[in-house]
Design a protein around this ligand. Sequence first.
Ligand code: 5AD
Ligand code: SF4
Length: 447
Amino acid sequence: MINNTLQKKIFIETYGCQMNEYDSELVRSILKKENYEFVTDELKADIVMLNTCAIREHAHRVVYGRVYHIRHLRGKDNPVMIGILGCMATNLRQELLENRNLKIDFIAGPDSYKRLPQLIREAMDTGQKAYDVTLSEFETYSDITPSRKEGVNAWIAVMRGCNNFCTFCVVPYTRGRERSRSPQNVVEEVRRLSDEGFKQVTLLGQNVNSYRYEDYDFAYLLEEVSKVDGLERIRFTSPHPKDFPDRLLEIVANNPKVCKHIHLPLQAGNNRILDLMNRTYTREEFLGLVDKMRALIPHVALSTDIIIGFCSETEAEFEETLDVVRRVEFDSAFTFKYSQRKGTIASKKYPDDVPDNKKTDRIMRLNDLQKEISYRKNQAHIGQVQEILIDAASANRSQDQIPGRTDGNQLVMIPPGPYKVGDLVKVRITDATPHALKGAPMFPEET
Ligand code: 5AD
Ligand code: SF4
């Protein structure tokens, strides 16, 4: 048993999406108020919390491996409590509670973080597993100020949950229904962030552009946030193609603070598969939306998510996905092999029948094509002048290069100079690889 009277030390590790990163910041804030201390060395912690993802099989295998590894590292003489938070907590509650080898002490789903102090105490006092994975229709954590790491960018969740029920996706089950924070509440937080020195905010939501609070929509929210002084850039992720009214595109086009980058998840380029996925658009509608975005927002950068090998996808249908990728020429793409998830509509209705070797072959072909496109598009930037925001997250990765991001979210490495994290620097692009650009800072007389 661990000592119950001293201030407890917590180590938290985060998997999955930006929403999970943000949620870990909420958890830090909730537990710091209760006098817990956060440490960066798992060996010094009394409690290890893994904030997990359930989106693909791989994510959950990594977490199981981590739990065994931590138990092994600590051995019998140096015990530690382990808690599972996040999407796996809701998705695999039964298994986590019953699996004797895993020895989990407490479990909290994405809407139960305010109960963490109680759950930890309960597990400590009783030696029994404590859990709460109830999903809420209301919890937005709008009354909690996340304990953020310093940097350039602050994540801010403006809505949570999902009502779309794409048939492959576990999120509606792990994170429940859509709910949004009030615009006033979001703007107040952004104002505080700007006062604290954050230069960029990224508005987050599982379907961020489905944001709705009373009569206020996402376009309204974006415009209100952009009025906050001191803020340089606003990003948002992840949107759904179904929620891009013209007014929203016009704000992205015309508001100088809103970055000209849209993440537009395609998922598949064939209409039968899109229908099986319940994406609610056709390939033609998707291509039409891309044309409209490009017409209204010249030079907009587009990134996407694509799933290959969804149930019953044929070679010809996969080639239609390649065809859309060729036509759109996304700046970048996140590609995934379909992974059946427990509880989803697809797992109940459609067999996961594309063999893994075919999935591997398809994803490699897709990645090769995208790499070629990204390389070509990156090379076209050579000679251009771009403004980059020196970026905290990777500032220490390499000492002879400083990283920054363009408005279109492209990584640009520049030679060291008198720049601080958070500075906006004008650079001329001098070189390109498929994944990044190189730049040379411009002298004032050049700009
Ligand atoms: N299998 C593979 N990829 C998936 N994604 C979501 N669910 C699955 C799944 N079951 C991908 C989608 C989504 C991204 C976040 O993860 O492309 O946009
Ligand atoms: Fe994020 Fe979805 Fe993974 Fe949950 S399942 S952590 S919402 S990506």
